[in-house]
Ligand binder design. Structure first.
Ligand SMILES: NC(=O)c1ccc[n+]([C@@H]2O[C@H](COP(=O)([O-])OP(=O)(O)OC[C@H]3O[C@@H](n4cnc5c(N)ncnc54)[C@H](OP(=O)(O)O)[C@@H]3O)[C@@H](O)[C@H]2O)c1
Length: 298
């Protein structure tokens, strides 16, 4: 099959394109920066999502589009960055939509990234794909709008899957890399006892789920999380025992962060990122036959 990956140069896109090439598929990448073609087997095409310009040739012969593009949420949540986080995601989808409307193509499926940030924080609830609950936070709204936009591709009568991605564990980027960096400096820190539930997924399982979804024609929402979530404290302990024992273990009271963040108008940053606490189920993808390579943190 031929895949087109938007945001394919990022953490997930990099790993996914390698998996696809290793499995004999062809991969086109949409990026904002002109790149020289290399010998990796990937073909690069340039777009500008805010101007809605795109190299029309990127879609030639493509069977499946994987949409990962979006400005990073690991930034300071200023007004302009928040606007960028939302608009980059909506503009990316609109740009692809306009191209598909304009140019004859044979795309059969779009798999769009989403995030478990759509679910509200809760101490004990388990979230399945059929949950109607939407977090009333900045990220909850971003993800809601992002998924709503992805649904416009139904106009083309093609298959649509939306993967609600959990906390991706990779040594090469994302939150896990940052925790590792801190740990390697000898510091381990938790907040409010560290009991917040983390619905994580190993990057290799996540990219395999993208492939599994396209090969097995799976439509609709899919939670991209491992079967065994852990508390933040367990995640930290696991890092400490597998990488380097920290000499400084900190346990910050919640108010240590929530008070200054609320003064700065960044309360959502606590709820969505630092204090994120949700238990998300992987039952659907397992029932559909996906076998996790890394079902538990150990
Ligand atoms: N990693 C996680 O834990 C996690 C969890 C939940 C959801 N997700 C979502 O999954 C998607 C992929 O995640 P990732 O970790 O691979 O992210 P990433 O490493 O930040 O990569 C995202 C890619 O999007 C492109 N991009 C950035 N800003 C853009 C803009 N303004 N307009 C168009 N493209 C832009 C970049 O490609 P170019 O620079 O080449 O254009 C970048 O490589 C993201 O949308 C993310 O929100 C990730």
């Amino acid at each position: 099959m031929k895949f087109l990956i938007t945001g394919g140069t990022g953490l997930i896109g990099n790993r996914l394109s390698k998996l696809l090439i290793d499995n004999g598929h062809s991969v086109n990448i949409l990026t904002r920066k002109i790149k020289n073609q290399d010998n990796s087997g990937l073909k690069y095409f340039v777009w500008n999502t805010s101007k809605k310009t795109i190299d029309n040739k990127c879609i030639d012969g493509v069977d499946v589009i994987v949409n990962l593009a979006g400005s990073s949420v690991f930034s300071l949540w200023t007004k302009s960055n928040k606007k960028m986080i939302l608009n980059s995601r909506l503009d990316a989808l609109s740009t692809i939509y306009r191209l598909m409307k304009k140019k004859k193509n044979k795309v059969k499926r779009i798999i769009s990234a989403s995030a478990i940030g759509i679910y509200p924080n809760h101490k004990s609830k388990v979230y399945y794909e059929n949950s109607n609950e939407i977090s009333e936070t900045f990220l909850g709204n971003v993800v809601y709008e992002w998924e709503k936009k992805a649904k416009i591709f139904r106009d083309f009568k093609i298959d649509l899957s939306i993967i609600r991605i959990g906390l991706v564990l990779s040594e090469k980027g994302g939150i896990f890399e940052k925790l590792l960096q801190l740990n390697n400096l000898g510091i381990s820190s938790i907040i409010d006892g560290g009991n917040q539930c983390q619905s994580w997924i190993h990057i290799d399982d996540l990219v395999n789920i993208f492939l599994f979804t396209s090969v097995n024609n799976i439509n609709g929402l899919v939670n991209g999380v491992a079967p065994n979530p852990v508390s933040f404290k367990e995640l930290q302990n696991n890092i400490s025992s597998n990488y380097k024992k920290p000499f400084l273990s900190l346990n910050f009271p919640k108010s240590f962060l929530t008070i200054p963040l609320s003064f700065l108008g960044l309360s959502d940053f606590y709820n969505d990122m630092i204090g994120s606490n949700k238990r998300v189920s992987s039952k659907k993808i397992q029932d559909l036959g996906y076998k996790f390579i890394y079902p538990s943190l150990d």
